[in-house]
Write a protein that binds this ligand. Structure first.
Ligand code: CTP
Length: 397
């Protein structure tokens, strides 16, 4: 980050104490840092602390007679290579979404032509509130990047989405953004692996997905700068470094993990082999072998991909179609019926690639286009798929 100019905005939230560490790490990575605080931020952290760490006088006032004599807010907006607001409170996002310019930080956010990134931090109910949802969607549509929030323990004692990303994660992301990969401005959510549907305490229904393709894709997108969250069913793979991993077991858990995070993402990739059905009843005790025949009644699981694609403000969606025959034809039908932007057709017959293998071949289909990716190692295939996706995503605007 040598010589890069990062303007760090700090708004009013308990996570403001983490901004000190963020500024320290940015400086250590070689960036020049100018901190701008809102009035509410100063209730949580003093400008003096931030000034000492950043090595520059912290700016707060819009109507500052000294700095505004030279149009200080415009000068700040031009100065920055990147504007990173961390933490971004619900109130700040609402003001930004409304296009208001009622303090120095909102004003320079409107005036800047540099990438603008928000790291939201708030109580989980505030994050889930429809007002915040609408504001987030509007901001994302305008090209404002949203990093996080993470899901976890909250200062208010609750649990859920709303934690600010850790400073080290933010730094990692700033580095990717400034380095400029194909997806450096993208927040991506991906599912991978199989799901397990319990029959009784010791048995489950599942499938042969190894998770290798999904994990390879998560790595390839991250290598191109995306901020990746991987929701994974049970697999025997290492969690990839630099990727936020969420482990789940059942289709219902996978759906909940996706729905909790999807509002903040630009791209959703459904690579998981989600069980289409689960046992209607899960036995509390192990089923004993008494009867000669045993029936297990199954009930449909929700289709996560179709649900995400049907959202009012849906992210760009990439699905997979695992087929044992006529893969391209069936995948095209799935693309249209689920309303997804692109789908990768995958033949999973025994002699081919697909499940449990290290190699695979895919045909990527999107509206008005198709690209065949021949049999190759899944890591290489993921890189090719990501390159192709960058073109389709850019076209979709
Ligand atoms: N998918 C999903 N949730 C489900 C089932 C599937 O998100 N409950 C996603 C998969 O991750 C994949 C796509 O939908 O991206 C297609 O999955 P696939 O199993 O090939 O098709 P299905 O829709 O389940 O249809 P069928 O099993 O009848 O072929």
């Amino acid at each position: 980050m040598n010589g890069k100019r990062v303007l760090v905005g700090v708004t009013g939230g308990i996570a403001a104490y983490k901004s000190v560490e963020l500024v320290r790490l940015l400086r250590r990575a070689g960036a020049e840092v100018q901190v701008v605080v809102t009035r509410a931020a100063t209730e949580f952290i003093t400008p003096m602390t931030l000034q000492a760490i950043s090595g520059r006088v912290v700016r707060q006032q819009l109507f500052d007679p000294v700095n505004e004599a030279a149009m200080g807010h415009i000068e700040l907006a031009r100065w920055a290579d990147l504007v990173l607001v961390a933490p971004a409170s619900a109130d700040f996002m609402a003001r930004l979404a409304a296009g208001m310019a009622d303090d120095l930080l909102t004003t320079l956010s409107l005036a800047t032509e540099a990438p603008l990134v928000l790291a939201p931090a708030m109580n989980r109910a505030m994050w889930r509130n429809p007002a915040t949802r609408e504001n987030v969607a509007r901001l994302i549509r305008r090209g404002i990047r949203m990093w996080g929030p993470a899901v976890g323990d909250q200062a208010c004692g609750e649990q859920g989405p709303g934690r600010m990303l850790e400073p080290a994660q933010l730094i990692d992301q700033v580095q990717r953004l400034l380095a400029g990969g194909l997806f450096s401005d993208v927040q991506l959510l991906i599912t991978a692996g199989p799901t397990r549907e319990a029959i009784d305490p010791v048995r489950f229904l599942s499938n042969r997905s190894s998770g290798k393709m999904g994990y390879a894709l998560a790595r390839s997108f991250a290598a191109q700068g995306a901020l990746v969250t991987l929701v994974s069913g049970p697999v025997s793979l290492q969690e990839p470094p630099g990727i936020n991993c969420v482990q789940v077991e059942t289709a219902l858990q996978m759906r909940a993990a996706v729905m909790e995070r999807v509002a903040a993402c630009n791209i959703f990739v459904a690579c998981a082999a989600v069980a289409d059905y689960r046992p209607l009843e899960v036995m509390a005790r192990k089923i004993k072998k008494q009867a000669q025949r045993l029936r297990i009644e199954l009930i449909r699981n929700p289709d996560i991909l179709a649900e995400v694609a049907a959202m009012d403000v849906a992210p760009f969606t990439l699905g997979f179609a695992a087929e044992t025959e006529r893969p391209v034809e069936q995948a095209e039908q799935k693309r249209i019926s689920k309303g997804v932007d692109a789908i990768a057709a995958n033949l999973v017959a025994a002699a081919e690639g697909g499940f449990e293998r290290d190699e695979n071949a895919l045909t990527l289909l999107w509206e008005g286009g198709r690209k065949q990716l021949p049999m190759m190692e899944k890591g290489l295939l993921a890189d090719e798929l990501v390159k192709q996706m960058a073109e389709i995503y850019a076209k979709k605007g």
